[in-house]
Design a protein around this ligand. Structure first.
Ligand SMILES: NC(=O)c1ccc[n+]([C@@H]2O[C@H](COP(=O)([O-])OP(=O)(O)OC[C@H]3O[C@@H](n4cnc5c(N)ncnc54)[C@H](OP(=O)(O)O)[C@@H]3O)[C@@H](O)[C@H]2O)c1
Length: 346
């Protein structure tokens, strides 16, 4: 299958959510993966208790893979797991693991619990959890909270689970790290030495942008470190999906925020996606045969993204040049190991 098979559907001007752009379900059908084809595989979605993560879990569960979701609210996770299983009762139940990205100890505990329950098997790790604004300024470990939740906790999770990804890789299906980032990365590069945004005053938009740039740099550096061992790192932007819980921490109501976004981004009404469409790129990254053995790519609109033409309009696809900076990525990786208290073994 061609890497650009969905390009034409996105090239014609979108007509708003629910238009002809593919859903995650459509992607799975196109891959001919609905059924029990993935009974031998294990998928873990961090941040699988709501929105795009829950939708990804619902769709990927249809492959027959053993599916795990992680979230900070165990009861909420159980409700999501129950609903998913109810739609496909003959498939393995969805397992829920509690893990709060605000605490590195919680990440260590969650990773250990996952390895115990999965028997050390992991074919696809999706890091999807995210916040745009945090109710607290610092994580339990003292890091700026948006950086900590969106980037540092997933970074630690990746370190703790990379041996399982390496051990589970096969010639037929190389294990995958799928990192859900955002077009918001285009608002700011990272600032090594000021990860906690303590200099020049705090700026919540910069915090989100920096954290999302960091996740892409992580996926690219992961590819450089693990690609040769048959494990690949992909990052992506799901697009703009309005009305999600992720906006909770922002000022205003859901309706007033929507109005404000439409004013700021005139193209949004046509480019916004439904949740089902928003989850398509991350499900494609997880399963697509045309991505087999590939890594270090940034995806958008269910295809490999191009450089952004209008970096200011966040509903449009594309990347900003700084995500390809290998020196900054290597420095961030080393600094992050230091921040989470792990040695650099490479
Ligand atoms: N929606 C968009 O337009 C958009 C655009 C670009 C990128 N994204 C990215 O897509 C991803 C999913 O976003 P979404 O719109 O689906 O948001 P969402 O509905 O709010 O889901 C976010 C997920 O992250 C989890 N999470 C948040 N804080 C956490 C913490 N401290 N510990 C553990 N889990 C935590 C949430 O858990 P709870 O259920 O406990 O809240 C939930 O499962 C995010 O990384 C976001 O940055 C979204």
């Amino acid at each position: 299958m061609a890497l650009d098979r969905y390009a034409a559907l996105h090239a014609s001007t979108p007509q708003g959510k629910g238009d002809g752009r593919p859903t995650a379900d459509q992607v799975l059908q196109d891959q001919d993966l609905v059924g029990n084809h993935w009974r031998d595989k294990v998928i873990l979605i961090a941040g699988g208790t709501a929105g795009l993560g829950a939708e990804s879990a619902r769709v990927l569960h249809k492959t027959g893979a053993k599916t795990f979701i992680m979230g900070r609210d165990g009861a909420k996770g159980q409700r999501v797991a129950k609903d998913i299983l109810a739609a496909n009762p003959d498939y393995p139940p969805v397992d829920v693991i509690e893990m709060d990205h605000n605490s590195l100890q919680s990440v260590r505990d969650g990773a250990a619990e996952f390895l115990k329950r999965s028997g050390g098997k992991l074919n696809v790790l999706m890091t999807n959890a995210g916040v745009v604004a945090s109710p607290v300024r610092k994580t339990k470990d003292g890091f700026e909270a948006v950086f900590g939740v969106n980037y540092l906790a997933p970074f630690l999770l990746v370190q703790l689970l990379q041996p399982a990804l390496v051990a589970s890789t096969t010639p037929a299906f190389h294990s995958r790290l799928v990192v859900v980032s955002s077009a918001g990365h285009r608002a700011s590069n990272i600032d090594p030495g000021n990860y906690n945004l303590e200099e020049d005053g705090y700026n919540s938009s910069k915090a989100y942008a920096q954290s999302k740039t960091a996740t892409i740099l992580m996926a690219n550096e992961f590819e450089r470190r693990y690609g040769g061992r048959g494990v690949h790192g992909l990052s992506l932007n799901p697009g703009v999906i309005m009305g999600m819980e992720i906006s909770r921490g922002l000022p205003g109501t859901s309706a007033s925020r929507r109005e404000q976004y439409y004013k700021m981004e005139p193209l949004l009404a046509k480019w916004e996606k439904s949740v089902e469409q928003g989850a398509a790129t991350q499900v494609w990254a997880s399963v697509a045969k045309e991505l087999e053995g590939k890594g270090g790519l940034y995806l958008d609109d269910v295809q490999v993204a191009q450089e952004a033409e209008d970096a200011g309009q966040y509903c449009l696809p594309g990347w900003k040049q700084w995500i390809w900076d290998e020196k900054v990525a290597a420095r961030l990786w080393k600094d992050s190991l230091n921040m989470v208290g792990l040695p650099d073994e490479n």
